[in-house]
Design a protein around this ligand. Structure first.
Ligand SMILES: CCCCCCCCCCCC(=O)SCCNC(=O)CCNC(=O)[C@H](O)C(C)(C)COP(=O)(O)OP(=O)(O)OC[C@H]1O[C@@H](n2cnc3c(N)ncnc32)[C@H](O)[C@@H]1OP(=O)(O)O
Length: 233
């Protein structure tokens, strides 16, 4: 065990700090991918990042279980909403893998507004398809909150109708379709806001799990192994 930071890890100060750092890491990824840099700048970047990473590895392991448990019962209000699961990939405000979504509930539908950027580029000039799939998967997760079901993604199918543009606001809108036993069918579409063009459609089958089982399946696991000597460390 090492000394924990002061203020306590769960404080608002730490939370705000983490959100700012998450945004900075995401911005860094876009600047790094989207701009040329000199060898001197790139080496300086590596040194700073390697130094900070070496400071973090010896710290206590963080668990996402508390945030997950809290978030499970939340009621999303109509209109724009936020959530507290900051580490959640795609929609988490502190996640390095966040997409900086603006979330809205419209009736029983969820709409996420998003502008994809340099680090999301796959083939030149268009988003990587996996980013679009991750976007749908995560945004579908909020529909489970609307219909009050605990479930995991069983299948996710994306139809890519057109190139997904970068640097243009997109709307990912998803909803419950129907249910057959434990299978919950969700559908949605991704459109470009300025043109109204349809970019992708998605269908997902989520498998409902009993809340008790869900709690067991998502319960705290033993801390991960020491990663400080992993090949990339
Ligand atoms: C919220 C807070 C914030 C938290 C926010 C966190 C982010 C949320 C958004 C992202 C969501 C995710 O990424 S979730 C993570 C990615 N997905 C997973 O990890 C799921 C991995 N798979 C599993 O754990 C398991 O396969 C389950 C739990 C899905 C199902 O196992 P099971 O419970 O044993 O189910 P089983 O009896 O076999 O089958 C029950 C019925 O479902 C069907 N079925 C079973 N698996 C599948 C499948 N993959 N696709 C289609 N159908 C399936 C069966 O045919 C059967 O139909 P019938 O015979 O009854 O007709």
């Amino acid at each position: 065990m090492t000394e924990t930071a002061d203020p306590p890890p769960s404080s608002d100060d730490v939370r705000e700090s983490r959100q700012r750092a998450g945004r900075a890491i995401r911005d860094l990824s876009h600047a790094f991918i989207g701009r040329h840099a000199s060898v001197e700048q790139i080496d300086r970047l590596s040194e700073v990042l390697e130094g900070i990473t070496a400071e973090l590895w010896p710290q206590d392991h963080r668990s996402r279980f508390d945030a997950f448990d809290r978030e499970r019962d939340i009621d999303y209000p109509q209109g724009r909403f936020t959530h507290d699961f900051d580490d959640r990939p795609v929609s988490g405000t502190a996640s390095p893998y966040g997409l900086d979504l603006e979330l809205h509930r419209v009736g029983d539908e969820i709409e996420a507004l998003v502008t994809l950027r340099s680090a999301h580029e796959g083939a030149p000039g268009r988003s990587h398809g996996g980013v679009v799939a991750a976007l749908f998967d995560d945004v579908f997760g909020f529909v489970l909150g609307v219909i009050k079901q605990s479930a995991f993604t069983g299948e996710l199918t994306i139809r890519y109708h057109a190139a997904t543009p970068l640097f243009s606001e997109l709307a990912c809108r998803v909803r419950f379709d129907h249910q057959d036993g434990r299978k919950i069918y969700l559908v949605g579409e991704l459109t470009e806001r300025s043109s109204g063009n349809l970019i992708a459609t998605a269908k997902a089958t989520f498998i409902a799990v009993d809340p008790e089982m869900f709690a067991r399946l998502t319960a705290e696991r033993p801390p991960p192994p020491d990663e400080s000597s992993s090949p990339t460390a």
